[in-house]
Design a binder for this molecule. Structure first.
Ligand code: PSU
Ligand code: MN
Length: 299
């Protein structure tokens, strides 16, 4: 299978320099224009400033691409014909010669093909609140179980059943480390009431990662709380989330459309405040991912 790389990404891979993968679904289906392309560029800049090479991943006219060019980022941010790709959606996107934005699962799969071990994003998918009846569990979790990539994120949004998500990750053997915290962050807020193991710094994570890999482990989560000055009140967010869930239910939203629907409904329900939190934590995660990639490259 053909996987194109940008010159910068190819050069960094050849020289064994640190790289950080970035997803494109957060651009195409997670945030509105133009904030989506602004934050995509800011994340790339933060990673370069941290001494690593950013590799934003997507499928461009049927070609899996690691290191999207800036004009392609712009297209992903604006176009309505960009598919949302979980791992299982990549093959048909390639066969159709279509455009596709990669979710966490698809980004991990393609990053791993190029040997990239660190990936920064906002929130992972997980077990949905109605999973007992809908069976809706994100493919991100099964990908984390098998594909050796470290996902630096702010936990997951509480549109999901966070306790069930954390339990699932334990069941399938995914280490979940709170970055300087023993609590799994709930994206907008640092607190979820769920305990995880603490990782003190990137060097500790790098050592744990080598041990995990030596044991044949798959993915790992480094969960970073949102920067304190941008964190929002969990009780207030819950009210917005309940309204978003009710809207999704009333509209009969199912399957792949559920997460993008809930994300935009929560965005509508909350003010510009939640957008600022979202952008701040994406940048913060990119910064920590770059430091981790540098620590791993130092051996
Ligand atoms: N959560 C967010 N923002 C996002 C996503 C999740 O706060 O943009 C995106 C990611 O790409 C994630 C995907 O991999 O949604 C999960 O979708 P699903 O629940 O359909 O598996
Ligand atoms: Mn789903």
């Amino acid at each position: 299978m053909r996987i194109d790389t940008s010159v910068a990404v190819a050069t960094a891979i050849a020289a064994k320099q640190p790289l950080v993968a970035l997803e494109s679904t957060v651009i195409a289906h997670g945030l509105p224009y133009p904030q989506n392309v602004t934050v995509a560029r800011e994340m790339e800049a933060v990673i370069r400033a941290g001494g690593a090479t950013p590799a934003t991943i997507g499928v461009v006219a049927g070609v899996a691409t690691v290191g999207l060019a800036d004009e392609v980022l712009e297209r992903f941010a604006q176009a309505s014909d960009v598919r949302k790709l979980a791992r299982r959606d990549i093959p048909l996107c390639i066969a159709d010669g279509a455009y596709g934005a990669t979710t966490v699962s698809a980004t991990m799969a393609l990053a791993h093909q190029k040997g990239i071990e660190v990936f920064a994003t906002g929130g992972i998918g997980g077990v949905h609140r109605d999973a007992r009846s809908s069976f809706d569990i994100s493919a991100d979790l099964t990908e984390l179980a098998k594909t050796p990539v470290i996902v630096v994120c702010a936990g997951a949004k509480s549109i999901l059943d966070l306790p069930a998500t954390v339990e699932y990750l334990e069941t399938v053997g995914v280490p979940v480390y709170g970055y300087g915290t023993n609590e799994f962050p709930a994206f907008y807020s640092a607190k979820s009431g769920l305990s995880v193991n603490v990782a003190a710094d990137v060097h500790t994570i790098a050592r744990a990662w080598r041990a995990h890999r030596a044991l044949g482990g798959g993915g790992m989560i480094v969960a970073v709380p949102p920067p304190a000055e941008y964190a929002l009140d969990p009780a207030e967010i819950e009210q917005h989330i309940l309204r978003a869930l009710a809207q999704a239910d009333a509209a009969g939203i199912r399957g792949q459309a559920v997460t993008p629907f809930l994300l935009s409904a929560v965005m509508r329900e909350t003010s510009g405040e939640s957008m600022r939190t979202n952008m701040a934590l994406l940048q913060n995660n990119a910064r920590i991912a770059a430091a981790l990639a540098v620590a791993l490259a130092q051996g």
